[in-house]
Design a protein. Structure first.
Length: 653
């Protein structure tokens, strides 16, 4: 087995291991001097007096310990201000090194500003009694727990791609994790992966540009010597020094050598974790850090075509694993973004391969029934080529639509695309619809269904736009204040929409419009939660004083209940005109104005095939650029606000 983790050693020293795991660790300790030395250190640490557990840390009430490690203890806790459960990590005190505590606190605060759906949210970082604490979202299980049960290759890739996005966000913020592994990826309420435990991250440094296998880009330091010596004894010595800094089975060669690290060390750990998820074992196993370093330098991991449960591992996926596990950093992917792009491509290729396999089986049966077995290979190849050409043509037309601005040319491209879409539909008729695996896409389907638009087709680009706006929303500077305002005002906002028979989620327009600020005012003269212009506000019964009136004159746009009632009345009117299933068109019209929407639909109506299925919807108007860019992006911003607002815990609210 690989070396025992620091957490397992601590549990062993405390007598918390049992059964087969206890026997396994004892056998390993008999033959591993490195781990015995670490155990001795853990026993010395345990002999130190146990710090008194406080009942309260900062504003958080502690309930019970739920985990511990070399960095500190994690407690189940509660935030009485927002009445929510949190996990609170109380870091071990180090009175002899106050500068280290200060640096750790600065790093924790940097992480607290890292708002991303796939990074475990840190609500607050603070210090009490010279001990740093972090308050974060409380999750129920880890990716490692999830992997104990068998799952499809596609499900595994989906979760790893999402976790990789969180790791990429950390890299963009100048952080290198240094201990990425399935146990450090937590799963939210709806299975959303969140990268956690940045306890081993280090301040940004520069790597010497002359060192082989390294870059001169910003990097994170290792925990041992930065010597570039190739002397084997020196390398082994460095490996011993670094064996506790990270998890051995996932550590990159440069981390084992104690060298400065950049993001490519995380890429190695990510790929090693993915390898273990697919094959059920680490890429290469050794009894010690030094032994593993020797093995990495001389051997390559086995890349079988069959995974741990017999599932087929495609050639592109195996090629990705091989590159991500290269010994030298320069031979791996240059960035997390590049690795994720390759992983998405491998996942897509695998899906296409499965579809083609199903299509091949169907066609073989048809050919056999028609007694045309002699010609089956040629026909299958021809059909595959035609299908591939059709896909390429559709992709090319989508790209041209995105780049085109001329209305006439847009109409022509759209006609061509409709024809190709019909061909593709005919080509796949009878196939089972692929299962929707993207959690956000599932949520968008459910959301549109609640608004009576369940027949709406959601292309991948649509989901990508919403995901982008969710990321923007979560990175807003005053996000916490906006959410607190929402909680304070929601009971006065939602009833106005329910009274009209509208889904109360429409109240989240106030988040997109004003950040739930009743006193918000724009340079154009719009004001209030729902940013009414004076003329529109008066039309729906709000009292708005003249522009020349005193600043303190009556303006009911600032009244939460009255402005909510006016917004609900306006949206109800838009639904009446555009159709009860035209939710997205109504939201667009709220931003653009009903006259602007009428103009867009009138332009569409003058074109050939204007009233074909799927043409009188928001996405079609988006592709045709019949709505201004502000309105097009506004709709995605509102959808993002509704998704986050209706699943606050999942997004760390």
């Amino acid at each position: 087995m690989s070396c025992v983790s620091a957490d397992s050693l601590q549990r062993f020293s405390q007598g918390a291991l049992q059964g087969e795991r206890l026997a396994e660790v004892e056998r390993h300790l008999d033959g591993c001097a490195d781990c015995r030395a670490l155990l001795a250190q853990a026993l010395r640490d345990d002999a130190a007096p146990e710090p008194r557990r406080p009942n309260q840390v900062g504003a958080y009430w502690l309930e019970e310990p739920i985990g511990s490690g070399g960095m500190g203890v994690v407690y189940a806790a509660r935030d009485p201000r927002l009445e929510r459960a949190v996990a609170l990590k109380l870091l071990l005190a180090d009175p002899d090194h106050p500068e280290a505590q200060a640096a750790l606190l600065r790093e924790a605060r940097a992480l607290a500003r890292l708002a991303h759906p796939n990074v475990l949210p840190i609500y607050e970082a603070g210090e009490q009694d010279r001990r740093v604490y972090l308050a974060m979202e409380r999750a129920q299980r880890s990716l490692a727990d999830w992997l104990l049960q068998p799952h499809s290759i596609d499900s595994i890739l989906e979760l790893f791609i999402a976790a990789g996005r969180g790791l990429e966000a950390a890299h963009q913020a100048g952080l290198v994790h240094r201990d990425f592994k399935p146990a450090n990826v937590l799963l939210g309420a709806q299975g959303r992966p969140m990268v956690a435990d940045f306890g081993l991250a280090r301040p940004v440094q520069r790597v010497s540009p002359g060192d082989p296998g390294k870059s001169d880009s910003p990097s994170q330091s290792g925990s041992a010597s930065e010597s570039g010596s190739n002397d084997n004894s020196a390398v082994i010595g460095q490996a011993k020094q670094t064996s506790a800094a990270g998890s051995l089975a996932y550590m990159s060669p440069e981390q084992l050598r104690g060298e400065p690290l950049d993001a490519r060390a995380d890429l190695y750990s990510f790929t090693a974790a993915l390898y273990q998820a697919l094959y059920g074992k680490p890429p290469l196993e050794a009894a010690s850090a030094a032994g593993r370093l020797k093995l990495l330098a001389t051997d390559s991991p086995e890349l079988s075509a069959r995974g741990r449960d017999g599932s087929r591992i495609s050639r592109p996926l195996r090629a990705l694993l091989a590159r991500g596990l290269r010994f030298e950093p320069r031979d791996r992917f240059p960035s997390m973004a590049a690795l994720l792009a390759a992983l998405e491509s491998a996942r897509y290729a695998r899906g296409r391969l499965l579809v083609r396999a199903a299509l091949t089986t169907t066609l073989l049966l048809a050919l056999a029934a028609a007694a045309l077995l002699v010609r089956k290979e040629a026909q299958l190849e021809r059909l595959a080529r035609e299908r591939a050409q059709l896909d390429r043509s559709i992709d090319a037309l989508h790209a041209q639509l995105a780049a085109e601005a001329d209305p006439a040319r847009l109409a022509s491209l759209d006609t061509q695309l409709a024809r190709l879409d019909q061909d593709a539909l005919r080509d796949t008729q009878g196939d089972r619809q692929a299962e929707v695996t993207d959690p956000l896409e599932r949520e968008l389907h459910a959301l549109l269904s609640r608004f009576g638009a369940d027949a709406y087709a959601i292309p991948p680009e649509f989901t990508a736009h919403v995901r982008d706006h969710i990321g923007r929303l979560l990175q807003r500077r005053h996000l916490r204040q906006e959410w607190l305002r929402k909680q304070a005002e929601w009971d006065r906002i939602a009833p106005a929409f329910r009274a009209r028979g509208l889904p109360e989620e429409l109240g989240f327009l106030a988040w997109a419009e004003s950040g739930f600020d009743p006193d918000a005012r724009s340079p154009s003269g719009a004001a209030g939660l729902f940013q009414f212009m004076p003329q529109t506000a008066r039309r729906f019964g709000l009292v708005v004083a003249d522009a020349q009136a005193d600043a303190g004159a009556l303006d009911e746009r600032r009244d939460v209940e009255k402005s909510s009632a006016a917004a609900a009345a306006y949206l109800a009117e838009l639904f009446t005109e555009l159709g009860s299933d035209s939710f997205l068109l109504a939201v667009a019209a709220y931003n653009r104005g009903e006259d602007g929407m009428r103009d867009a639909l009138a332009t569409l109506s003058r074109e050939p095939g204007a009233f074909a299925a799927g043409h009188r919807d928001f996405w079609h108007l988006y592709l045709r650029k019949l709505l201004p860019e502000e309105t097009r992006e506004y709709v995605f911003a509102v959808l993002a606000a509704i998704v986050v607002g209706t699943h606050p815990a999942e997004y760390g609210m």
